[in-house]
Write a protein that binds this ligand. Structure first.
Ligand SMILES: Nc1ncnc2c1ncn2[C@@H]1O[C@H](COP(=O)(O)OP(=O)(O)OP(=O)(O)O)[C@@H](O)[C@H]1O
Length: 289
């Protein structure tokens, strides 16, 4: 690992063919060996940013570098992998779990896409790492939501991607699978990889993300979670869409404790901040079973 940023986005503007500018002058940097949350309201531009990083949308202005390389070069070197949202995949397509993971090897194969022993070994290793070895001969459509997510993570591992874009990896996933995925993300971070994770689960962000990028038509703020994932920045990014209230005094304590908490919630996944002396989001304070 060197000091080259994992992802570098500078003054990026992205417009759709109908003329709608979804991102304007967006800028942020993500170091190698990090897990970064990408958060913002519906329509803020998270998927647009992913598409720009995957070269699926032209850049009207600005530039993107991945591990110091222009996007196309990074893609041609198999450095970038995308873990899609469940809705983007046709689960009725008859394909085995191991075949999906083998797709991660295509970029390493020749024109005829003939799998060599090294490719088969990479698939076996990746499936073992995500705990799906016994599911390798199943049709992908027969798996649970959480298992499907892990198949796509295995595909990214088999690809030996260094930068992995994860679109809502925890949607529809139970708490145990969420923990399995978080453990994997941490291991991959420790291997020097870059994970950019779009998520609406704000309560879990401080638990597993080193850094945060807040978007709303542009990048409002980015940096280490402790200094960026703050009530002020969240108000900027989510103002009006999340309920925000403070609890203190007798609403919170039955003694003279003067501490207060800041709560941001969409009524499903609250994010709780303790008072100024503890301006650090507290993970695990949500109300899931
Ligand atoms: N194909 C498209 N053509 C035109 N405009 C689009 C297209 N896709 C998205 N947009 C618009 O671009 C803006 C950003 O959308 P985007 O899908 O990037 O948001 P998002 O942050 O990923 O939202 P969500 O949280 O709902 O997934 C929105 O205003 C959206 O309506």
């Amino acid at each position: 690992m060197n000091d080259t940023p994992g992802i570098e986005v500078a003054d990026l503007t992205v417009a759709y063919r109908n003329g709608h500018t979804a991102l304007k002058d967006a800028a942020f940097t993500v170091p190698q060996g990090s897990v970064t949350a990408l958060v913002g309201v519906n329509g803020a531009g998270k998927s647009t940013l992913f598409k720009a990083l995957m070269d699926l949308l032209p850049h009207a202005a600005g530039h993107v570098r991945i591990l110091g390389l222009p996007v196309r070069k990074a893609l041609s070197q198999n450095l970038v992998a995308y873990v899609p949202q469940a809705e983007e995949v046709d689960w009725t397509f008859p394909v085995l779990v191991e075949d999906v993971v083998m797709m991660g090897r295509y970029g390493h194969m020749g024109f005829l896409r003939r799998a060599r022993p090294a490719d088969r070994q990479a698939v076996t290793d990746a499936l073992s790492r995500v705990g799906l070895t016994e599911f390798r001969r199943r049709q992908i459509g027969e798996l649970s939501g959480g298992q499907k997510k892990r198949v796509f993570l295995a595909r990214a591992l088999a690809q030996e991607a260094r930068v992995i874009l994860l679109d809502e990896p925890f949607t529809g996933v139970d708490v145990q699978t969420e923990q399995t995925i978080i453990t994997l993300l941490r291991q991959m971070r420790d291997e020097g990889r870059v994970m950019l994770v779009s998520t609406h689960d704000l309560g879990a962000v401080p638990e597993y993300c080193d850094r945060v990028v807040l978007v709303k038509g542009t990048v409002l703020a980015s940096g280490p979670t402790a200094t960026t994932f703050t009530p002020d920045n969240l108000r900027l990014a989510f103002g009006g869409t999340l309920r925000h209230f403070m609890l203190g005094g007798t609403d919170l304590h039955d003694d003279a404790d003067r501490r207060a908490v800041d709560v941001f919630t969409d009524d499903e996944r609250p994010l709780v901040f303790y008072d100024d002396r503890h301006r650090k989001a507290v993970p695990g304070t949500d109300d899931r079973p």
